[in-house]
Design a protein around this ligand. Structure first.
Ligand code: GLA
Length: 400
């Protein structure tokens, strides 16, 4: 069934490529998935552990050299027209209404020494846009993979992830961490990824949920990462790190390279001395969330789904009340799950300020769950939510 779905995306994409650029001979097709993060939110940029998994939803890209020295042409099934930039003047692509993620990645590949010439690329995405499921990371990673392969300089998954992150940071102005690009590049079907963001090393953990499934509940309020809140949080935790180090030093203890290097005991000892309430709350979220990730992975290893689900709820309340990265819609859709017995756990996932929650729901109760949550959520917010039962898929790869 999965293969059927993929085949149909590929054939839709190839006909689109044909209509847009003419012919499909020599075209290669690559894909990179979006991700769901199970736990470990807003700590990838604090050297923490995160626990994402790749979805079977993704970006598909068809590419072919176009015989020019430096002209890049980009098109997407959902966007009218073709966007063009030249490799010699890649900076001007910053002003494109669409295509700057790709241009940012191309720039990073050139800096890595990939010998890129002109090419055409057509995109198709199955990831709901603005839902916090990393559609942008999947564009970056699929582009990085496609272009590096097309021009004969394959990169490792980790290199692709880092190039995508640098593109987003430097070219697109979002100061994101490494989680999304890493999950997109390195995903493994049926597994979550325990990623240590301090060292960018990982291990896979089988995601066995017994008789339950993962359901994404989309608030259908688009999150806007670029819209300053994300970068604001990053600045707050940078201040938080300075504060924790200042206090550690005054206690005669060594400084640490990042917030997640502090443990719970140190948090309890130092945080009361952080004078600014907001900074103290942000630090409390970051250090406690990192501890929760480690605990969650152990609980999952022992198939203790009930405790795992409870921890997901704790994590949600931490990001809601301490990190303040949810908002009315995410809060309403989370609260709507609390009195539903077939829901074992729920939390917001991704950058926040809109987007989705991830829920562990008994497979037999999924339809009831959707009805129950939709009724309460719509009554509270007036929005109509969407639901997707998620399958955990593989990372970036070539398809055809
Ligand atoms: C976005 C960013 C990630 C991460 C999450 C929050 O998805 O791209 O790097 O910080 O938000 O956990």
């Amino acid at each position: 069934m999965d293969t059927d779905k993929t085949n149909s995306q590929v054939s839709t994409l190839l006909s689109f490529f044909d209509r847009t650029f003419g012919g499909t001979e020599g075209v290669r097709v690559f894909t990179a998935p979006g991700r769901v993060n199970l736990i470990g939110e807003h700590i990838d940029y604090c050297g923490g552990f995160v626990f994402p998994a790749a979805l079977t939803l993704g970006t598909y890209v068809a590419v072919r050299k176009n015989g020019t020295k430096d002209t890049v042409r980009l098109a997407a099934t959902t966007i009218d027209g073709v966007r063009t930039f030249t490799l010699g003047d890649i900076e001007s692509a910053r002003n494109l209404d669409w295509g700057n993620y790709q241009a940012g990645v191309v720039k990073e590949l050139m800096l890595l020494g990939v010998d890129i010439g002109g090419f055409d690329a057509a995109y198709l995405s199955t990831i709901p846009f603005g839902a916090g499921l990393s559609s942008s990371a999947s564009i970056e990673v699929s582009t990085g993979l496609a272009v590096s392969e097309l021009f004969g300089s394959p990169l490792t998954g980790k290199e692709l992830a880092l190039a995508g992150q640098r593109a987003e940071n430097k070219f697109c102005g979002v100061n994101c961490g490494i989680m999304d690009q890493f999950a997109s590049a390195m995903g493994l079907a049926g597994h979550a990824i325990l990623l240590d963001c301090a060292s960018v090393t990982h291990k896979y953990a089988p995601l066995d949920l017994g008789d339950s499934v993962l359901v994404l509940a989309n608030t259908c309020k688009k999150h806007a990462l670029g819209a300053s809140k994300y970068n604001e949080r990053r600045a707050e935790v940078a201040t938080g790190l300075q504060e924790m180090n200042r206090i550690a030093k005054s206690h005669g203890n060594p400084e640490k390279p990042n917030l997640c290097a502090f443990n719970k005991a140190e948090l309890l000892e130092y945080s009361p001395e952080i004078a600014n309430d907001i900074i103290r709350k942000r630090v409390m979220h970051v250090v406690s969330e990192n501890e929760r990730v480690k605990e969650a992975v152990t609980l999952l290893e022992h198939a203790n789904l009930t405790a795992f689900g409870a921890l997901l709820r704790d994590a949600n309340q931490s990001i809601r009340y301490l990190y303040e990265a949810t908002g009315a819609e995410l809060d309403a859709i989370f609260d709507a799950t609390l009195d539903f017995p077939g829901c074992i756990g729920s939390r917001m996932t991704g950058g926040g300020f809109g987007g989705c929650t991830v829920n562990i729901v008994k497979a037999s109760a999924v339809e009831e769950f959707k009805k129950h949550v939709a009724a309460l959520y719509t009554a509270k917010t007036g929005n109509i939510p969407e639901f997707y039962v998620c399958e955990i898929g593989d990372g970036a790869r070539e398809l055809a």
